[in-house]
Design a protein around this ligand. Structure first.
Ligand SMILES: Nc1ncnc2c1ncn2[C@@H]1O[C@H](COP(=O)(O)OP(=O)(O)OP(=O)(O)O)[C@@H](O)[C@H]1O
Ligand SMILES: [Mg+2]
Length: 294
């Protein structure tokens, strides 16, 4: 191995060690309490739309919202009203870690000193890794660091899990996390420390299967309040069909909510703000869900 290669290897190891120790440092505090909601479910059931709308409700009620986008598609920003033309400006944390490293340090390794001083509170995390979307809504985009096939426990993942699960929240701060379709995120410790799980399904067989699996995993993780949200309901037959499938597993859920199919939702996507203005049946039902969450 050449001297250069050796140096790169040493730097990389140093970097990994420092990221891991930063992650551990955050975790050395007790699991922070506070209001943390993970929104999960099969592809296309309405996770991102609901997360964005809930974020608007919280912000209206003077909460400071940290919206977390765990989906590598990174589309929560647009549902929150971030302009599509500025998509390039969305910097996921996975990239941001390197950016912070470059920005703060002259010499490799040493730069991590700055990162090590991360305060586990929202404002510091937002300043370093997040972006301001609008008044009281900040966004943290996680980016594609998940290597599902290997169950990768790479240092960045550990750091992200710590940031999301362990930063301290003030009483007026909430975390809302939109996730990638499926249940993989439950395999990481990403949803650890969350007080609420909102598990969305639509009336289809497959979506309900994923929701039931998610309900079990959320339960195993010890998430206190597990909500089942049946979205895109077109009538009582849909409700009955889902409940028949849910059967005994109903016990997994603390509450069950129904949101109507509402064409205004997809006609107005991606930004949910105009939808909120129109106060459609979907919006009204989400407001009831919001009240129930609180
Ligand atoms: N209640 C509803 N009525 C009608 N359309 C809806 C409803 N909820 C969501 N939609 C539409 O369904 C589509 C998927 O919604 P959304 O992107 O929020 O789902 P998702 O679960 O985040 O999807 P993905 O798994 O791809 O991230 C969008 O076109 C959205 O506008
Ligand atoms: Mg989505």
């Amino acid at each position: 191995m050449s001297q250069d290669e050796q140096e790169i290897k040493t730097n990389e190891k140093e970097r990994r060690d420092k990221v891991l120790s930063l992650a551990d440092e955050l975790k050395s505090d007790e699991l922070a309490d506070g209001f943390r909601v993970v929104v999960t479910g099969k592809g296309g059931v309405g996770k991102t739309t609901l997360t964005a709308l809930l974020a608007q409700f919280f912000a209206k009620d003077k909460y400071q919202v940290l919206a977390v986008d765990e989906d590598p598609q990174q589309n929560l920003a647009f549902s929150l009203g971030f302009p599509e033309e500025k998509a390039d400006e969305i910097l996921p944390v996975s990239k941001n870690i390197d950016y912070v490293e470059e920005k703060t340090g002259a010499r490799p390794g040493e730069s991590w000193g700055a990162m090590m001083n991360l305060n586990p509170d929202v404002s510091d995390v937002v300043n370093r890794f997040g972006m301001e979307i609008k008044d009281r809504i900040n966004l943290l985009v996680i980016g594609s660091v998940i290597q599902a096939a290997t169950g990768c426990l790479c240092p960045e993942n550990a750091l992200l899990d710590s940031i999301v699960g362990y930063i301290k929240l003030r009483d007026d701060e909430v975390i809302l996390m939109d996730t990638q379709a499926g249940v993989e995120h439950f395999g990481r410790s990403l949803a650890e420390g969350f007080s609420n799980a909102v598990i969305i399904t639509e009336p289809s067989f497959n979506a309900v299967q994923v929701a039931l699996h998610s309900g079990q995993l959320a339960d195993q993780l010890g998430i206190e309040n597990i909500h089942l949200v049946v979205n895109k309901v077109r009538g009582e037959k849909d409700q009955a069909k889902v409940m028949e499938r849910v059967g005994d597993k109903k016990e997994l859920f603390d509450q069950i909510h129904y949101l109507p199919f509402d064409e205004e939702v997809y006609l107005n996507e991606p930004d949910v703000a105009p939808l909120l203005e129109k106060d459609t049946p979907y919006v009204q039902a989400v407001r009831e869900l919001y009240d129930a969450l609180l």
